[in-house]
Ligand binder design. Structure first.
Ligand SMILES: Nc1ncnc2c1ncn2[C@@H]1O[C@H](COP(=O)(O)OP(=O)(O)O)[C@@H](O)[C@H]1O
Ligand SMILES: [Mg+2]
Length: 364
């Protein structure tokens, strides 16, 4: 069953449109991530769902009940939508203790004192803040403050939680730890989560399904993290999900060549279709590098040591490719290369796109 249904929603501001005829549904109990570049309209969508903004047209349903429908004159206020919200800049209140912060929504709802006491203390435990309920936010770490914000969003027992880049102000290590905590919390409480972020890794790590939104606010693909990463429907999705190489490939008879080069490509995985102009996408780690082995002959143009990985920019028939190799492997296989060295590049995975269909697609 769908817990959120957004049907044909349009929303813009005087100078520019943001969302146009957007349709999206989220199933009960899932952790759904909306991934898209900054400024594409993610926060606008969350604010529409939460009820802080109204759509110009279209409808929004929560649990099959319309909460926004201009034509029918329906506009349910945020506090009656049964949603917990954590915004990036929706910080905890500095003058209130942990307890008071978490208790706030229940106080506003005028719940009885003993209920507030027991529910807040339960949430304090659930988010791992036992014994810290009397502290002020200034006496907490960034991660602990974010837990308070999560507890405050969850204390009213919403069946749906909207999270808007809640970890982007945290440092990298904490971000990684907190994303697993959010996932655990979601599973423990059985709450549906709609998480929006521009961070691909978080999307892959915590989601049951992911939607990829482009810079114009159009959803390009919805699928499991695996589908999005391994079966991108177009170069925008492929590019957005990590460092990508795109090489022009031309077909000449039965053979395929890089750019205007003359080395026939020995790839097993060829594109399906009769077109002569293709674009092949791959990630730096989708290659094997050797000094003399199978593959296309190339020249290293730049070699960078990145710690765990060696990053080689390799030129093949005039086309430059970003490739990566684990440093330990590079050492054990005598593959510490320098600019000017020759090498052979073979491909483990390639994503084929017809060049003709890519006209107008933005690929950075
Ligand atoms: N209240 C507003 N008035 C005018 N423009 C806005 C307003 N809120 C958002 N926008 C614009 O809408 C676009 C999408 O914004 P937003 O949803 O915040 O992007 P993001 O995907 O980074 O969350 C941006 O171009 C932003 O400038
Ligand atoms: Mg935003």
């Amino acid at each position: 069953m769908d817990i959120i249904r957004v049907e044909g929603v349009t929303k813009g501001y005087p100078d520019h449109p943001v969302l146009s005829d957007l349709t999206l549904s989220i199933k009960k109990g899932e952790c759904f991530t909306l991934l898209g570049p900054s400024g594409c309209g993610k926060t606008v969508l969350l604010r529409l769902i939460a009820g802080f903004e109204s759509p110009e047209s279209g409808k929004i349903f929560i649990d099959d009940t319309p909460v926004a429908d201009l034509d029918a004159g329906i506009e349910v206020p945020p506090e009656n939508r049964g949603i917990g919200v954590v915004f990036q800049d929706y910080a905890v209140w500095p003058h209130m203790t942990v307890f008071e912060n978490i208790a706030y929504p229940l106080k506003i709802a005028q719940r009885p004192k003993d209920e507030i006491q027991s529910r807040v203390m339960e949430m304090v435990d659930i988010v791992g803040m036992h014994g810290l309920d009397k502290r002020l936010p200034s006496e907490l770490s960034g991660g602990q403050q974010q837990r308070v914000a999560l507890a405050r969003a969850l204390v009213g027992k919403p069946s749906l939680m909207l999270l808007d880049e809640p970890l982007s102000n945290l440092d990298a290590n904490l971000r990684e730890e907190m994303r697993f905590e959010i996932k655990e919390l979601q599973q423990k409480l059985g709450v549906t989560v709609l998480y929006v972020t521009h961070d691909q890794e978080i999307g892959l790590a915590i989601s049951d399904r992911v939607a990829i939104m482009d810079e114009k606010g159009v959803i390009q693909q919805i699928g499991t993290p695996w589908e999005i990463f391994e079966r991108p429907v177009n170069p925008f999705v492929f590019n957005f999900m990590g460092i990508a190489n795109f090489i022009d490939v031309r077909r000449d008879g039965p053979n395929f060549f890089v750019g205007t080069g003359t080395q026939p490509i020995p790839w097993a995985e060829k594109p399906v279709g009769d077109a002569t102009a293709w674009v092949a996408g791959f990630r730096p780690s989708d290659v094997t590098i050797s000094r003399e082995g199978h593959g296309l002959r190339g020249v290293v143009r730049r070699a960078n040591f990145l710690g765990a990985m060696m990053d080689y920019l390799v030129e093949i028939d005039g086309t430059q490719l970003r490739t990566a190799l684990e440093t330990h492997r590079a050492i054990s296989e005598n593959l510490i290369l320098q600019a000017g060295d020759t090498c052979n590049i073979d491909f483990l995975a390639l994503h084929w796109f017809e060049a003709e269909k890519l006209k107008g697609v933005k690929m950075e």
